[in-house]
Design a protein around this ligand. Structure first.
Ligand code: URA
Length: 230
């Protein structure tokens, strides 16, 4: 909500009062005097009027988890353990996932209570690279490199995938960089070449790299720099 609206929604102020309070520099947003009524007040924002605290601001929380195979990327599931079960945090049900991984995929997963941030992370037009290590059943056809770079036609969605970079590291092992996240995308891309993905591990999203110090199932808070990178 805009700051001027936030103020005029308080029972004791109308719109004109809100304008005057702002113009007089009496309002602070996140500790800084703010005269701009268009600034956004979020649940995470601290709002003060003179010495009075109008809104404390909830703590925004951001985590990276090393998702193990066999754990579901969901907050609830009737059968399987979920990634939320791996977190030992207060009010963890307020957290949601910024992107998912399949049941048998391991690697970097981001969790937060900040919906705006997670929308930036998962925006289909965000063009943030996601990097995967892939193990396949059969040797990888070198023709995949050009085909993935050109884009593959996905009939179900009637679209061509964005250019992706494939680096073959060993006959059955590769690094794949995607700039979007379609349903089972990596498996379907190799499926075009009748090659089954037998291991899939995400090592980065944008500039956030899975921390080498995290074993499968472990997590840590993101640094301010990692948060700001999205
Ligand atoms: N592509 C897949 O096929 N599975 C994942 O978990 C992520 C990308």
């Amino acid at each position: 909500m805009r700051l001027d609206r936030f103020l005029s929604n308080l029972p004791r102020f109308n719109r004109q009062d809100a304008r005057q309070l702002l113009a007089a520099g009496r309002v602070r947003l996140d500790g800084q005097a703010c005269r701009d009524g268009c600034r956004e007040v979020r649940i995470f924002s601290r709002v003060e009027l003179d010495d009075e605290l109008l809104q404390t601001g909830k703590a925004a929380r951001y985590f990276m988890l090393h998702k193990p195979r066999g754990v579901v990327s969901a907050t609830e599931h009737p059968e399987h353990r979920t990634v939320l079960d791996l977190l030992d945090e207060p009010d963890k049900h307020e957290l949601h996932l910024a992107g998912r991984l399949d049941l048998n995929t391991s690697g970097l997963l981001l969790l937060t209570n900040d919906g705006q941030w997670s929308r930036r992370v998962t925006a289909p037009t965000g063009k943030q690279p996601k990097v995967y290590l892939v193990d396949t059943e059969d040797p990888i056809d070198p023709a995949c490199v050009a085909a993935f770079a050109e884009g593959l036609y996905f009939r179900f969605e009637d679209l061509v995938t964005r250019p992706a970079e494939l680096q073959i590291l060993a006959p059955r092992h590769a690094r794949l960089t995607l700039y979007e996240g379609r349903y089972h995308q990596v498996k379907r891309m190799f499926g075009h070449f009748q090659n089954k993905v037998v291991g899939l591990h995400r090592i980065s999203m944008g500039r956030i790299q899975l921390d080498d110090l995290l074993s499968p199932g472990q997590y840590r808070a993101l640094t301010a720099e990692e948060i700001a990178s999205f």
